[in-house]
Design a protein around this ligand. Structure first.
Ligand code: FES
Length: 531
C-alpha cells in the first residue's frame, strides 16, 4: 500500500455501494487506504503488496488507474474489478465492494467447551477476578472514634476472612495470598463518609482483583446485589472472540465474535509486525483498531444482558505474543529478528481504561494470560488450563490451528510445546479460490447420492470460494476417492475423473474443475484444485 506522489491537493469523492457512503479523499490517495480509513474492513491479506488478489473492488463509474503489478484476469478487469491496494484516485469514483473482499460477515467460533455451555450453572471453581462484599460496620462513637477509612478497611478484611478466604483456600493449587492487599483509590475515599452514613454503616462493596491485590471500585449504601461481570477476550490473528462472565458464579452469560480488523493491514503475523515497524504510527493504528473492536464486542454483549458498562469490573485477554504485544502497544519487531525474543510474556495488571477500552467500569482491572515463550502465547496457556491436560495422568495433545499453529503434548508431570506458521491458507489467503468462512464460502464437500461431488455453502448462497474447513474437507475427499495422492498430486489425467470431475491442463499445470464457471458468481472465476 504505497503512497503515490505526483498528485496534489484536489479533493475527490469515493462513493461506495450498496452503503451509499460518500468518502472525501485526496487525489492520488491509495484506494485501500481510503476505504480502510472510512471504516470498511477490507481483506488485505498480503498487506497491500498486490499479490493476494483479495482486496478487489468493482468500479462502476469513474476511472481508477492501477499501479503496475495487477494479477487479475483481463475478463475481471473488463468487468471493472481492480485491486484496491494497487489503485490510486485521480477523480470521483463510484464502486462496490464484493462480499468476498470484506472482512465483515465471516463466521466466528465463540464456543466449544462443553462445560461452559451450561449457562447459569455453577462453573468450575476459579480464583475470582472480582468480588461483591456486604460489609456491616459499628458506627463511630466516643468510645470508638476510629476514622472512616480504617473502620472500612477493617470491615472489608473481616468479611473477606469470613467468606472469601475459606472459598479460595479450598481451590486446588491456588496461589492467591491468604489476605489480599487492599487498594482504596482516592475517589472512593472521597465518597466514603457520605456512603457509610447513607447506608447506616451497612455498605456493599465491589472489588476488582489484580494479581495480588483487590481494588475497591464501588461502594453502595445498604446491602445490595450489583452485577459483577468479567469480560474474557481471545485476541486471535484473524478473529476476536469475547465472553461475558458472571464472576460470582463463573457462568458465561453471552458470547460474541468478530473479525480482527488488523486484517486490513495484513492477514498474517509477519505482515502485522512489518506494518507496526515500518509504517509511521503503525503500531498505534493496529493497537487502536483491535481495542475499538473489543469495545464493540463489549457493547454488544452488555446490550444483550441489559447491564451498563460499569458492570464489567474485570477484563482478561489472551492472545499470541504478537497480538498481546500490539494490544498493549509494546513493540513486537524483535519477534522476527534473531534471537526472536519478545519484550515480555507476562504483563502486569493495569486499569482497562488505560488501553482505551470504554465499555468497562472506569476502574476495571485488565489482566492478560501469561505466555510461555516467544511463540507460545497466553492463548495456548488458556487452552491448557481449560482442558486441564496439565492435571491428567494420561497423555494429551492440544492442537490450536489458526493463522498460527501451536501444539502442546504432555500430562501432569511434563508438557512440551511447539509452534509453526499454519499460514493464512485456512483463511483463504494464498489460495486462488480461497476465502474466509462467510456467506458464499464452501465449508464442506461430499459425495451426493447420485455419486457426484456435492458441497455445502455457508448462507445457502451461490458458491464464491472455499474456506479453510472446505479445503480440509476437499483434500480428504480427493485422497479418499483416489483423485489425488496424499501429497496433492492429481492422479487421473483423463478428461473425467471419479465423481464427474473434469481434469484439464491449466496455465499452472493440471486442474480439477470442481464447479464449472457458469455456476459461479461472475467475480470469482472457477474453483480449481491444482496438481
Ligand atoms: S492484492 Fe491487495 S491486499 Fe493483497
Amino acid at each position: 500500500m504505497t503512497e503515490r506522489l505526483g498528485y496534489t491537493g484536489m479533493n475527490v469523492t469515493v462513493s461506495v455501494l450498496p452503503e451509499k457512503l460518500h468518502i472525501r479523499a485526496d487525489e492520488g490517495e491509495n484506494l485501500l487506504k481510503v476505504l480502510t480509513r472510512a471504516g470498511f474492513g477490507i481483506n488485505a491479506s498480503c498487506a497491500g503488496k498486490g499479490t493476494c488478489g483479495k482486496c478487489l473492488v468493482r468500479v462502476l463509474s469513474g476511472s481508477v488507474p492501477r499501479a503496475e503489478g495487477s494479477r487479475i484476469s483481463q475478463t475481471m478487469r473488463e468487468h471493472g474489478f481492480v485491486e484496491s491496494c494497487l489503485a490510486f484516485l485521480t477523480g470521483d469514483v463510484t464502486l462496490e465492494i464484493p462480499a468476498a473482499s470484506r472482512l465483515k460477515g465471516q463466521k466466528t467460533l465463540t464456543s466449544g467447551c462443553p462445560a461452559e455451555e451450561d449457562h447459569g450453572a455453577k462453573q468450575k471453581p476459579c480464583c475470582p477476578a472480582g468480588q461483591v462484599l456486604h460489609v456491616t460496620l459499628a458506627p463511630p462513637c466516643p468510645d470508638n472514634p476510629l476514622n472512616d477509612l480504617d473502620r472500612f478497611k477493617a470491615g472489608i478484611m473481616a468479611e473477606y476472612r469470613k467468606r472469601i478466604q475459606p472459598e479460595i483456600s479450598a481451590l486446588p493449587e491456588c496461589s492467591c495470598p491468604d489476605l489480599p492487599r487492599l487498594q482504596i483509590p482516592l475517589e472512593m475515599i472521597r465518597e466514603l463518609p457520605e456512603v457509610l452514613r447513607d447506608g447506616d454503616f451497612h455498605v456493599t462493596v465491589r472489588l476488582a482483583s489484580g494479581e495480588q491485590e483487590h481494588t475497591v471500585i464501588d461502594i453502595f449504601p445498604g446491602l445490595t446485589h450489583p452485577p459483577l461481570l468479567g469480560l474474557a477476550v481471545d485476541i486471535g490473528t484473524t478473529t476476536l472472540a469475547a465472553a461475558l462472565v458472571d464472576l460470582p458464579t463463573g457462568a458465561v452469560l453471552a458470547r460474541e465474535g468478530t473479525y480482527n480488523p488488523q486484517a486490513s493491514y495484513g492477514s498474517d503475523i509477519i505482515s502485522r509486525i512489518i506494518y507496526a515497524e515500518e509504517t509511521p504510527g503503525g503500531l498505534e493504528t493496529l493497537r487502536k483498531c483491535v481495542v475499538d473492536a473489543i469495545d464493540g464486542l463489549a457493547a454488544q454483549l452488555l446490550a444483550r444482558v441489559g447491564h451498563p458498562a460499569s458492570a464489567i469490573c474485570s477484563v482478561v485477554i489472551a492472545g499470541n505474543t504478537v497480538m498481546t504485544g500490539i494490544f498493549y502497544g509494546i513493540p513486537v519487531k524483535w519477534l522476527r529478528l534473531e534471537p526472536y525474543v519478545p519484550a515480555a510474556v507476562a504483563l502486569p495488571a493495569m486499569r482497562a481504561r488505560e488501553t482505551g477500552l470504554r465499555f468497562v467500569h472506569e476502574m476495571a482491572t485488565l489482566l492478560s494470560v501469561p505466555g510461555v515463550s516467544s511463540y507460545i502465547g497466553g492463548d495456548i496457556t488458556s487452552g491448557v488450563l481449560v482442558t486441564e491436560m496439565d492435571r491428567k495422568d494420561e497423555l494429551s495433545l492440544f492442537i490450536d490451528i489458526g493463522t498460527n499453529g501451536e501444539l502442546v503434548l504432555g500430562h501432569s508431570e511434563w508438557l512440551v510445546s511447539c509452534s509453526c506458521s499454519a499460514g493464512p491458507a485456512f483463511e483463504g489467503s494464498g489460495i486462488r479460490c480461497g476465502m474466509r468462512a462467510m456467506d458464499g464460502a464452501i465449508d464442506s464437500f461430499f459425495v451426493d447420492p447420485s455419486g457426484k461431488l456435492g458441497c455445502r455453502v455457508i448462507g445457502d448462497s451461490a458458491p464464491s470460494g472455499i474456506c479453510g474447513s472446505g479445503l480440509m474437507s476437499l483434500l480428504a475427499l480427493l485422497v479418499r476417492e483416489g483423485i489425488t495422492d496424499r501429497a496433492g498430486n492429481i492422479l487421473r489425467k483423463e478428461d473425467e475423473s471419479p465423481l464427474g470431475l473434469k481434469v484439464r491442463e491449466g496455465p499452472e499445470g493440471l486442474e480439477i474443475v470442481l464447479i464449472p464457471d457458469n455456476e459461479l458468481p461472475q467475480q470469482q472465476g472457477q474453483a480449481q484444485a491444482q496438481g
